[in-house]
Write a protein that binds this ligand. Structure first.
Ligand SMILES: Nc1ncnc2c1ncn2[C@@H]1O[C@H](COP(=O)(O)OP(=O)(O)OP(=O)(O)O)[C@@H](O)[C@H]1O
Length: 317
């Protein structure tokens, strides 16, 4: 499908991408994307994370041609969106956030319509096969309005795959989907990935991102504030807390400990935040003893992903 007959290193390359929504009526203009640079490697499962309103949907909508960018370059499968919009469209399968389907078509009809839209020749159509793979085989002739919410979501994924694009983008695919269906959906996505499809997904479930994605970009206020392999990101997220209850109450934190990230709780406990891969608890305890703090009791707490995500996005606010 690529004119050079070679596969690009990056499935998607965004350079200096900006979007400003113009002011309308009482709505002020909004700079939703402020210069995004992002390279999504071919073959990855790439997570786009960010709080509500960070700009994730804007970014996806620009790639899928629903929103016009203000500035910058979008390359998908090595095709420039400005000069080769059709090739960009056929390289992408996009599962939008909202379920929008005509209730009067059956899943098979919906698939065939979509295949027609992408110009997939009859002989090459795989509607039934895709519906089967998504557990919708026995529903292919039912009306869409008779499907459950989870089934409709799976049908959205099926429709995005009718033209076998090399890249599948899923915008919040599991919002409101129950655990079992979520698992099924991810199994299918993993299968597609194993067969070579590059997957880009946005999700609010950090655990899901951690489990699924090999790379993660965090977007906040229209900017990329982190973009790393999941492992690296997690190791950056290895902040732990040491909580020490002194045997005798102390009035204030000793000078000799003030280089640490340390605070005193109203109940007199000392809280030290530290990175587990840089600092050993024993060393912290020794320093406390040397500073005259006698330890009655202690505990450590893991910072959880949610906390760290919140703190990272708050730092940038
Ligand atoms: N059509 C529009 N007109 C004006 N402003 C918009 C429009 N669409 C989005 N915005 C604004 O642009 C910013 C980014 O929105 P976007 O939907 O891209 O965020 P998001 O990260 O996808 O959030 P969510 O996770 O809630 O979907 C928000 O401040 C939003 O209010």
């Amino acid at each position: 499908m690529n004119s050079q007959n070679t596969f690009p290193d990056f499935a998607i390359e965004l350079t200096g991408l900006q979007k400003t929504y113009e002011a309308k009526g009482k709505m002020e203009a909004k700079r939703a994307l402020k210069g995004i640079d992002l390279k999504i490697p071919r073959g990855s499962i790439f997570g786009l994370l960010g709080p509500n309103g960070a700009g994730k949907s804007t970014l996806i909508n620009i790639m899928s041609g629903l929103v016009n960018k203000s500035e910058g370059q979008v390359k998908v499968w090595d095709y420039d969106l400005d000069t080769n919009p059709r090739e960009v469209a056929s390289a992408l399968g996009v599962v939008p956030q909202e379920v929008n389907m005509d209730p009067f078509f059956t899943p098979r009809e919906s698939m065939e319509l979509m295949a027609g839209f992408y110009g997939v020749p009859e002989k090459e159509r795989r509607s039934d096969e895709i519906l089967e793979a998504l557990g919708l085989g026995d529903k292919k002739d039912a009306y869409v309005r008779q499907l459950s919410g989870g089934m409709k979501r799976r049908l959205m994924v099926a429709k995005a795959m009718v033209h076998t694009p090399p890249i599948l983008i899923l915008d919040e695919p599991t919002a409101g989907v129950d655990v079992e269906l979520r698992r099924q959906l991810w199994e299918y996505v993993k299968e597609l990935h194993a067969k070579g499809t590059t997957i880009v997904l946005t999700t609010h479930y950090l655990e899901e991102a951690q489990e699924m994605c090999d790379q993660i970009a965090i977007i906040n206020h229209g900017e990329v504030i982190a973009c790393e392999s999941t492992d690296t990101l997690l190791s950056r997220m290895d902040r732990k807390k040491l909580i020490v209850h002194p045997e005798t109450a102390i009035d204030e934190i000793p000078e000799t400990l003030k280089d640490l990230d340390i605070a005193m709780r109203p109940d007199g406990a000392l809280i030290v935040s530290y990175r587990a891969n840089e600092t050993r608890v024993m060393d912290l305890l020794n320093r406390m003893r040397e500073s005259g703090v006698r330890i009655k009791d202690l505990a450590t707490e893991e910072a959880d992903l949610e906390d760290v995500f919140v703190s990272m996005t708050r730092e940038e606010a």
